[in-house]
Write a protein that binds this ligand. Structure first.
Ligand SMILES: Nc1ncnc2c1ncn2[C@@H]1O[C@H](COP(=O)(O)OP(=O)(O)OP(=O)(O)O)[C@@H](O)[C@H]1O
Length: 316
């Protein structure tokens, strides 16, 4: 297993009373293409903004190459951290080259050849003298990646880099990320709400919902570890839900809206018979237990479905 390049420890952010990021522990290893997955509003951008120093955490720690990121050190270490936060903003009336030139001035990059190298890497060299306003959304995203890699970063963080792109644009960005990862050894952290996108290029993922990490690990392990949705008929239901949340392998337990005596349990690498024994031992009557195997895609979609679609009664 590679060295950890980025780690967050109990990272949290509150906006007023809203806990947008709730004690998030992430581990990004050197060489990873790390997918940061979650539905809209899950807290991905807020987490990324804390890592890149744009938002101050309410509590918790961020370590980059084992060094705590805070205050001045954060500013200093940002040079090793390229980032692209959602839609990259450029001066539309300036050319691609001029926009990147401005960035070299702001970031103190002396070597001007860096600009052309970055433009070549993202496939925009032939368009370097065109104004950004003539660029497609995909080209702007690629220019954003050029900007992120100019400082020769060890880690590049991209927030929804394929948002709003057509399939060809998405493909282009994917190939670009894979190439930069392989050829330049750049570690990537990429946020997305589309599992398929993440699954095809990432080796490791974390799944976030309502500010909390629901699952994290290598994609192969997640795909090969049996994840099941169990349907239990239990009583009393609320006590069962509380107990289920403290059982290893249970990711989430929710009451079924349509059958109030049923609980849907999202599990990973869990033996249903052991779960049954545990509930019975703790005074729960288990009338039935059914299991359905699901794909990672189905599992993720069901797991991250918004409240209201599934009635979440647990301590979650
Ligand atoms: N500056 C802010 N002030 C108040 N609330 C905020 C602020 N920024 C984010 N939030 C709230 O924090 C929660 C997480 O938002 P965030 O943008 O981090 O989610 P996300 O996973 O990136 O979503 P999306 O995929 O839609 O971009 C949301 O409920 C959002 O409304």
């Amino acid at each position: 297993m590679g060295k950890i390049i980025l780690e967050t420890k109990n990272l949290s952010k509150k906006f007023g009373q809203r806990l947008a990021v709730n004690s998030v522990n992430l581990k990004v290893h050197k060489g990873d293409i790390f997918g940061f997955l979650g539905p809209n509003g899950a807290g991905k951008s807020t987490t990324i903004r804390m890592i890149t120093g744009l938002v101050t955490p309410t509590s918790g720690r961020i370590l980059f190459n084992n060094t705590l990121l805070d205050g001045k050190k954060h500013l200093f270490l940002r040079r090793y951290l390229g980032s692209l936060i959602e839609i990259p903003r450029f001066y539309e009336y300036l050319t691609a080259y001029e926009n990147l030139e401005l960035i070299t001035q702001i970031s103190g990059i002396k070597d001007k050849s860096t600009i052309d190298k970055a433009l070549i890497q993202v496939g925009l060299y032939s368009r370097r003298n065109d104004r950004v306003r003539t660029f497609s959304q995909g080209m702007k995203q690629r220019l954003g990646i050029a900007q992120a890699i100019m400082g020769k970063p060890k880690l590049v963080i991209l927030d929804e880099p394929t948002n709003g792109l057509d399939p060809e644009g998405i493909n282009h960005i994917r190939r670009l990320i894979l190439n930069l990862n392989k050829q330049k050894g750049i570690t990537f952290m990429i946020s997305s709400h589309i599992l398929k996108e993440i699954e095809s290029i990432c080796n490791r993922v974390a799944i976030l919902q309502e500010g909390k990490v629901l699952a994290q690990g290598r994609v192969v392990d997640l795909l090969n570890t049996p994840q099941e949705i169990l349907t239990l008929e239990v009583s009393p239901v609320l006590k069962a839900i509380n107990l289920l949340h403290s059982h290893p392998g249970v990711i989430k337990a929710v009451q079924n809206n349509n059958h109030l005596n049923q609980v849907k349990v999202f599990t990973r690498d869990l033996k249903p018979d052991l779960l049954n024994q545990y509930l019975v031992k703790n005074g729960i009557k288990v009338a039935s237990l059914q299991k359905n195997n699901t794909s990672l895609e189905d599992f993720f979609l069901t797991l991250t479905r918004k409240k209201g679609e599934l009635n979440c009664c647990g301590q979650y």
